[in-house]
Design a binder for this molecule. Structure first.
Ligand code: NAD
Ligand code: MG
Length: 298
């Protein structure tokens, strides 16, 4: 044991550890009803003008990782449009207020990204209302556990692939019509792409698709001066896990197997999305960046 003084900030020291209370919300769930409430950086994230004047569209920007990224981007000086499902309006309102409180423009565009036409409308509306687009964060995702392939319906499989893979393709394709040189695309993959859980068969496959999509696209658009990266989170404390993402016994022990002994809080991963969007990472593209509490497996 080191005798050096502990310099971990108090808010990080107080991040919750398992066991967690069992709780089940209907999909897509609300972060404002998750117990304990996640830290999305509402009071902890300090900006430093690293994205001054930039214009970002973030899918799933109402809650969890997307919300933490929206807060961070706004505090770094970016105007931000968020997409989410209409049932998540309560969460989205909080995010809109936080973006505006940072002195930035906030645009709310609810709608279901499993629809190709809506994906095109979403991108065009975001670009129009923001006055351009130079950061795209494909972060929305569907995760519903199923014990066995026999329990996995065609409807489940289709909904997971439409949300996590098709929408990424449709939104990215539409966004390329707006993105200038220097723009950045950031996709949310997962450690599931590399170490799939047996109960997340469809989800894990989509996260592998996202990692590969990222690597292909990065090579295609490099000559246009556009960078494409993915982030692979490990266990993060978000409502995704409490609305069908995990069985109750796993939710209770969520994050326990991470070497840091707890799940990450969304605020702890926002910095990776800031770095990937900013010019500080101008030579990084086609890569998957992992944050999983210390396993070292990626
Ligand atoms: P979250 O539930 O807070 O965010 C997911 C968002 O996806 C929802 O808020 C919702 O707005 C959006 N969404 C889902 N279906 C949609 C649809 N049909 N149309 C429009 N929007 C839709 O949970 P989160 O954990 O912050 O998830 C964000 C991303 O992180 C997801 O891609 C998820 O797969 C990924 N991820 C999460 C974890 C984790 O442990 N929480 C780990 C690895 C990867
Ligand atoms: Mg949500």
């Amino acid at each position: 044991m080191s005798s050096n003084k502990d310099i971990i900030p108090e808010h990080i020291k107080s991040y919750p550890t398992p066991p967690f209370e069992r709780q089940l919300q209907p999909f897509p769930g609300l972060a404002c009803k998750l117990k304990p409430r996640p830290d999305h950086g509402e009071t902890s994230y300090k900006g430093n003008n690293r994205l001054a004047g930039r214009k970002a569209l973030i899918t799933g920007g109402d809650s969890g990782i997307g919300r933490a990224v929206a807060i961070a981007y706004a505090r770094e000086g970016a105007d931000v449009a968020i997409n989410y499902l209409p049932a998540e309006e309560e969460d989205a309102r909080e995010v809109i207020e936080l973006i505006e409180a940072a002195g930035r423009k906030a645009v709310a565009i609810p709608g279901d990204i499993r629809d190709e036409k809506f994906c095109q409308t979403l991108v065009n509306q975001a670009a129009q209302e923001l006055g351009g687009l130079d950061i795209l964060v494909n972060n929305a995702g569907r995760q519903q556990f199923r014990e066995h392939i026999r329990d996995l319906s065609t409807e489940d499989f289709d909904a997971t692939f439409k949300t996590n893979v098709y929408a990424l393709f449709w939104i990215t394709k539409a966004a390329l019509e707006h993105l200038p040189r220097g723009a950045s695309i950031i996709n949310t993959s997962s450690v599931q792409a590399y170490e799939p859980s047996k109960t997340l068969m469809d989800y894990a496959q989509t996260k592998a698709c996202i990692a590969v999509f990222t690597k292909s696209l990065a090579q295609q658009v490099a000559e246009e001066g556009i960078r494409v990266n993915a982030v692979a989170p490990g266990p993060y404390w978000t409502v995704l896990q409490a609305c069908g993402g995990q069985p109750q016994e796993k939710l209770e022990q969520f994050g326990a197997s991470a070497p840091l002994g707890r799940p990450g809080q969304p605020a702890e991963i926002a910095g990776m999305y800031v770095l990937m969007a900013s010019d500080e990472s101008s030579y990084c593209s086609g890569q998957v960046w992992c944050s999983d509490g210390g396993t070292g497996t990626l």
